[in-house]
Design a protein around this ligand. Structure first.
Ligand SMILES: NC(=O)c1ccc[n+]([C@@H]2O[C@H](COP(=O)([O-])OP(=O)(O)OC[C@H]3O[C@@H](n4cnc5c(N)ncnc54)[C@H](O)[C@@H]3O)[C@@H](O)[C@H]2O)c1
Length: 364
C-alpha cells in the first residue's frame, strides 16, 4: 500500500479483458492503477495512456521486481496464468485476480494455490458470473424452490471463434484447449455454484478442423452429487455463437441466454448481464415470463471482493480452489475422450492435460 489507505494495482497483459480490470481499479474506492506490463509495446503504450497508468513494463518479471503493487491482475493468454500468478505471489503481492481458465492442468493449479498459500496472498480466479447479481439471483431462486427440485441443466456454448487460425485461442500452446477452456469454464463453474460438485462424466471431444490445435467440439453428460444431470455442448462447429443455459426443476424451468456470442461487447462493458426467463409447469400451458435483470460490472464486484478477502482474511467465493474445480471438470471431459469415451469419476486422479497428451500422440 502506498499511503496506508490505497491498494496499488498492476495489470499483466494489456489486451481486451484488461480494460475491464482497469475500469474496476479506476472505480473501486481505495484502489489505484499503478503499473502495467505487456510484451507488445504498442498495446502497452496505448493502454497506459488511455488509463493514465504511470509505470510501464515490457515484462511481468520487471514489473513485479520494480513496481510497488499490492494487487496484480493476470490478463494474459492462458499459458501465462500460472507463471504470472506464482511470480506475483512470490514477489509479495497481497491479492491476485487471475483470469479464467485458471491453468493448463491440475498440477499447475495446485502449484498456484500452494504459492499463494505460502505467501499469504489471496487468489481469485475470475469466473465472472460468481460476481454478477443476476446469476446469484438465479441461485437464490433455485434454493427457494421456485422451479421445484433441480433435475437437469442443459448448456449450449457455441462459437465460431476457433476458426480464426491467427488467434491465440486456436493454439494449444497458448490456450490449453478450445471452447471448453475459453467459455465452458464459466459454465462448469456456474453449474457447481448451482448444483454442487460433479460425481462423474461421460464425454467426447473432437478436433474436426485440423488447421487448429484445440478441440472444436466437446459434448457430454455430468452427474452432480445432488443428482442433477448436466448436459453440455461446447464449440460445436457452427457459423454462429450461442450461450444458453436451461435449468430444469420438477415444477418449472429457468432459461439464461445471451443474445450474442460476445457478451462483453454486447453489454457495452457491463459484464455478463443475461436475458432471464422463468417458466412454471402445470396442467395448463403457460408462457415463459421475463425476469428482470440489472446491469452489473462483474470486474468491479471481483475487485471489491478481493479487497474484502485481504482485509477480512477470508477465501473468495471464486477462490483458487473453486477455479481448480472448474478446471477439473474440463480435464475430466478430455480424460473421458482419452480413455475411449469412458466414465470418469471425481475427484480426478490425473494432473496433466489429456488434450495436450492426445495431440502430441496424434490421437486427436
Ligand atoms: N472473465 C471473462 O469474462 C473474460 C473475458 C475475456 C477474456 N478473459 C480471459 O482473459 C485472458 C486474456 O484474454 P483477452 O481477450 O484479453 O486476450 P488478448 O489477446 O486481447 O490480450 C492478451 C494480452 O496479453 C499480452 N501478452 C502476451 N504475452 C505476454 C507476456 N509474456 N507478458 C505480458 N503480456 C503478454 C498480449 O500482448 C495481449 O495484449 C484470457 O485468459 C481469457 O480467457 C476472461
Amino acid at each position: 500500500m502506498t499511503d496506508g489507505k490505497r491498494y496499488t494495482a498492476g495489470i499483466v497483459g494489456c489486451g481486451r479483458v484488461a480494460a475491464m480490470h482497469a475500469k474496476a481499479f479506476t472505480e473501486v474506492p481505495g484502489t489505484q492503477l499503478a503499473a502495467a506490463a505487456d510484451i507488445d509495446p504498442d498495446k502497452l503504450d496505448s493502454f497506459c495512456e488511455h488509463w493514465s497508468i504511470p509505470q510501464r513494463y515490457s515484462s511481468y518479471e520487471e514489473m513485479l521486481a520494480q513496481a510497488d503493487v499490492d494487487i496484480v491482475s493476470v490478463c494474459t493468454l492462458d499459458n501465462l496464468h500460472g507463471p504470472v500468478t506464482i511470480a506475483a505471489a512470490e514477489a509479495g503481492v497481497r491479492g491476485i485476480l487471475c483470469e479464467k481458465p485458471m491453468a493448463f492442468h491440475l498440477e499447475e493449479a495446485d502449484r498456484m494455490i500452494a504459492a499463494c498459500d505460502r505467501a499469504g496472498a489471496k487468489l481469485i480466479v475470475n469466473h465472472s458470473m460468481r460476481f454478477e447479481q443476476n446469476y446469484i439471483n438465479v441461485k437464490e431462486m433455485i434454493e427457494q424452490g421456485e422451479i421445484g427440485n433441480l433435475r437437469t441443466i442443459r448448456a449450449n456454448l457455441l462459437t465460431t471463434d476457433q476458426y480464426n487460425p491467427s488467434s491465440w485461442h486456436t493454439r494449444y500452446e497458448t490456450a490449453g484447449g478450445g471452447q471448453l477452456m475459453h467459455d465452458a469454464t464459466h459454465i462448469f463453474d456456474l453449474i457447481r455454484f448451482y448444483a454442487g460438485d460433479p460425481e462423474w462424466v461421460f464425454a467426447t471431444v473432437e478436433r474436426g478442423n485440423k488447421s487448429v490445435t484445440i478441440e472444436d467440439l466437446g459434448a457430454g453428460l455430468f452427474r452432480m452429487d445432488n443428482g442433477t444431470l448436466f448436459f453440455f455442448e461446447s464449440g460445436g462447429r457452427r457459423r454462429y455463437g450461442t450461450y444458453e443455459i436451461l435449468i430444469e426443476g420438477d415444477e418449472g424451468r429457468l432459461a439464461i441466454q445471451h443474445g450474442a456470442f460476445n457478451s462483453l461487447e454486447r453489454s457495452a462493458g457491463y459484464g455478463w448481464e443475461p436475458y432471464l426467463h422463468r417458466w412454471r409447469g402445470g396442467a395448463e400451458p403457460v408462457e415463459w415470463e421475463p425476469v428482470a435483470t440489472q446491469r452489473q460490472h462483474a470486474w468491479i464486484n471481483a475487485v471489491n471482493d478481493l479487497i474484502d478477502c485481504i482485509e477480512q482474511d477470508r477465501e473468495s467465493v471464486s477462490s483458487g480452489w473453486q477455479g481448480r474445480a472448474a478446471l477439473e471438470m474440463i480435464m475430466a471431459v478430455f480424460e473421458s475422450q482419452r480413455r475411449g469415451l469412458a466414465r470418469v469419476d471425481f475427484p480426478l486422479d490425473i494432473r496433466d492435460n489429456p488434450f495436450g497428451d492426445m495431440l502430441s500422440k496424434g490421437q486427436i
